[in-house]
Ligand binder design. Sequence first.
Ligand SMILES: [Zn+2]
Length: 354
Amino acid sequence: MLKLPGLIDPHVHLREPGATHKEDYDSGTSAALAGGITIVLAMPNTKPPIFDSDTLDLALNAAKQKARCDYAQFVGAGPNNGDWDEALPKRAAGLKMYLDSTFGELRLDDMTLWMPHFENYPKTMPIVAHSESRSMAAAILFAAIYDRPVHIAHISLKEEVLLIKAAKERGIKVTCEVCPHHLFLSKDDIPTISNGHPGRGEVRPRLATRKDVDALWENLDVIDCFATDHAPHTIEEKDSDNPPPGFPGLETILPLLLTAVSESRLTIPSLIEKMYTNPKKIFNLPGQLETWVEVDENATYEVKASEQFTRCGWTPFEGWKVKGKVRKVVLRGMTAFEDGKILALAGYGLNVRG
Ligand SMILES: [Zn+2]
């Protein structure tokens, strides 16, 4: 039995408020525990989006009643909320900026709207940028100009990992995360994932080429965190005429990475660094006393959506054979998950920024 620290997922979409038929703080944090994750950082592109004190309260009130693991909630950068003081950022996981596929109230049409956020958001708290390719280069330039840390979400391309490597070598305060689906899947896998339903292959950033996937593996030392970008949509929505992009991932990240460990593509110390040590440091997260995850390293099994706690009802890894199963999760001295059962009650989870 392998013992790991309680793992941290700095990038999840729990769909609350506004789309709780896909997921909510209850089902999403249950999925986290089943996946060996004891802290989730929730993204703000909900309905309504989380961007001020009132909307933050809306999410945190739901979380307080429902969360089964610990959590913090991001606030989003919009066109009119760049005049940050100290108070609100202290209550948030960090600031999320959507620099590419922007939509709704978190839309940032030009770079003058980025400036107040980089200027005013406290430098002790991270800005997380959804920024692909050349907008990622722009986000790194902003980090250099404003001399503040920026964390690049879900990198997927060779050009991205190489530019981050170069920026780090020059002392720019940039960190990054990569998602399991960009490590284990390429665009060549889309026909298999889709299986006649093209919407199931839709995710942002899109699945990349084999060359990009290889570059991520070759530059693992540049990657600070593994994060799921758990983005649940129901199977009906994925199979509709207008499928929303996004993959669930909370329950598959650890078995996929442990399988890579069993194949000598990754080491346990590197896994702990990227799922515990680094996210804890980057996001200034407190320790969780008496918290650990027990994993049976040798258990092999098949990934099945029907056995998952996420409400979305599907996974792009359906039928994959993996090695390494979460047996038990102890969270702050209490067994929160054991042998396929969630034991932590709704409301047991704490706000780590509370
Ligand atoms: Zn996301």
